[in-house]
Write a protein that binds this ligand. Structure first.
Ligand code: 1CP
Length: 352
């Protein structure tokens, strides 16, 4: 493997000294980029794009060609695991992800396939290998997975949801069935992330997009406990380097201390938390990643620069901080504003 030329992101995740604050954007490859839309229409649909390693590699690298980002993220989706377990993922235009089969009972959980990384999910590892080869040491590659709780919400609801009716119904009426499902998912996520690491992912992020809809007790029991098990099961060193783990619970700002207790190297923050206060609470234990509201990118370049400056000031150091948006970049954002954001992080943090 070629030598890594920019390891600022990995160093920041491990709270090692850096010269400036590294930055990447959640969902940095995606519909806000015209070149992404062009490649996607070439692939046909979204899943075909994920399954074609050369095209997945192309869209992974597209944002790096435009902006001086400090990390690349594998182009794939969290819903690859439920798909490989037999639920058959599909996308209807204009709507979110959907499954042909859904999980409502213990029999449904028992019927799930335990996916093999060198079979059903081999296309993901293949994409990781191709992307690493094409990155050629430019920046590190991030692998990722959904958290068991977040994956379970899609599997039980059959797609996106606003009210979490079926999954919460299961949680309060058949908690043992939900635990069985989460247990199966945790095993698969461990296998999945370890396979990504062995294929070349240099850091991994667990997306717990829906952990924040849980009550404080339920968060610990139904989401955090499984993420903790995953962190404990991951390969933490590969190619002679540490492989940092980032945990991101959207709307999880009130639980940072227990999240830091999982043994993760870094926590992702959304914009509802003050990054300086978060640092005081957990900064001795973990690095922090975040946390600009993605909607700031609808503001003027001056407003975007001002917000970047504020967050850097709030954090107060360029060690132990990876700059990011607090959630995925929106599809209607002008790519030029994303460029203003990335450059501002570098410019202002290097001066400190
Ligand atoms: O082209 C398209 O129309 C498909 C849109 C799209 C894209 C670009 C989907 C469907 N997934 C992705 C890629 C994706 N998904 C990445 C790529 C890497 C990157 O550049 O960042 C990542 C990391 C994800 C992860 C993902 N998928 C999450 C966790 C992060 C988050 O945003 O909270 C979730 C919840 C999903 C499910 C999913 N897949 C796609 C959509 C539109 C959704 C969200 C559905 C919902 O809101 O419930």
């Amino acid at each position: 493997m070629s030598e890594l030329r920019n390891d600022t992101f990995l160093k920041a995740l491990l709270r090692e000294p850096v010269d400036y604050t590294p930055v990447w954007m959640m969902r940095q490859a995606g519909r806000y980029l015209p070149e992404y839309r062009a490649t996607r229409s070439q692939a046909g649909d979204f899943l075909s794009l994920c399954k074609n390693a050369d095209l997945a590699c192309e869209v992974t690298i597209q944002p790096l060609e435009r902006f001086p980002l400090d990390a690349a993220i594998l182009f794939s989706d969290i819903l690859t695991i439920p798909d490989a377990m037999g639920l058959e993922l599909y996308f209807e235009t204009g709507e979110g992800p959907k499954f042909k089969k859904i999980i409502r009972s213990e029999q449904d959980v028992d019927a799930l396939i335990q996916p093999k990384m060198d079979d059903e999910l081999d296309y993901v590892m293949n994409a990781v290998r191709v992307i690493r080869r094409e990155l050629n040491g430019r920046v590190p590659l991030i692998g990722f997975s959904g958290s068991p709780w977040t994956l379970a919400t899609y599997m039980v609801e059959g797609g996106s949801t606003k009210d979490f009716r079926h999954i919460k119904g299961m949680m309060y009426s058949q908690p043992e069935v939900l635990h069985k499902l989460l247990d199966r998912l945790a095993d698969s996520v461990i296998d999945y992330l370890n396979a990504q690491i062995l294929a070349g992912a240099q850091a991994v992020q667990i997306f717990d997009t829906w952990g924040g809809v849980l009550g404080h007790r339920e968060y610990r029991e139904f989401s955090l406990a499984y993420m903790q098990r995953i962190v404990a099961g991951l390969i933490r060193e590969n190619e002679g380097r540490k492989v940092p783990v980032i945990l991101f619970t959207k709307n999880g700002g009130q639980w940072l201390e227990v999240m830091a207790g999982t043994g993760a190297d870094a926590l992702g923050l959304d914009w509802t938390t003050h990054v300086g206060e978060a640092r005081e609470r957990v900064g001795h234990q973990v690095a922090l990643q975040g946390n600009m509201d993605p909607s700031v990118l609808y503001g003027s370049p001056a407003r975007i620069r001002e917000e970047v400056m504020r967050i850097l000031d709030d954090f107060g150091s360029h060690n132990g901080h990876v700059f990011n948006l607090g959630h995925g970049i929106h599809q209607f954002v002008n790519p030029e504003n994303a460029g203003v954001f990335v450059e501002a992080v570098h410019e202002f943090s290097a001066r400190k």
